[in-house]
Design a protein around this ligand. Sequence first.
Ligand SMILES: [Zn+2]
Length: 247
Amino acid sequence: MEFLFIIIVIFGVILFAFTTYSRTAVARGALGELRVRIVIGKTKEGKKYVINNFMVVDEGKSSQIDHIVINQNGLFVIETKNYSGRIYGNENQQEWTQVLSYGKVKHKLYNPIKQNATHIYRINKLLSEKVSIKSLIVFVQNNTDYIQAADVIPLYALKRTLNKSSATVLTDEQMKNIYEVLHKAKANEEVSAKAHINNIKQMKLDIQNDICPRCGGKLLEKTGKYGTFFGCEKYPHCKFIRKSNSK
Ligand SMILES: [Zn+2]
């Protein structure tokens, strides 16, 4: 009996943790992206190329592109939105409105068409060949009834939209080339993001080992007006200091 009770408690805690997590904005975003990933599927050599979660850095600003699909119908840049309630907006408005609880709660969101336009501008810069890029904003909860914009679609229409043939058709070679350029750029961005994190780690490690993170010199314990501290041996050329107790 006691055993059963414990099981029920554990189950309850897990359920509570999951429902709490799934209500957060981060979780909602991640779950939305996952649902879109399932619809667009994986890269099929010669037919379809998919890149998910692409971080582009341009002029010091980074943006996160949810999905890129390249097929014979073109190059699609997809932004996923997992909002509930009613969404009101059109192409030109700076902000859209989310209405919840029968009109009692309203939230503003930045026009996702403008957000995706920035993504497209950055993708364009990476490509040497000019191709027309198609913007798609996908609402995972299919609540697009009050949005007046051509490129905004409900999730259920995504597959059809990607497979609808249009005037701009990419050849097998073009698809492959575009994919390779973007894939390489994605890898480079990831390397530089990792390098940035490693630099910070290395800096902390240096300080712990009494090495100056600025110039690589030795850090020496010195006594000043306010007590002891560590200063760089290359002082006055290097003015790095660390408090004695900040290891
Ligand atoms: Zn130094």
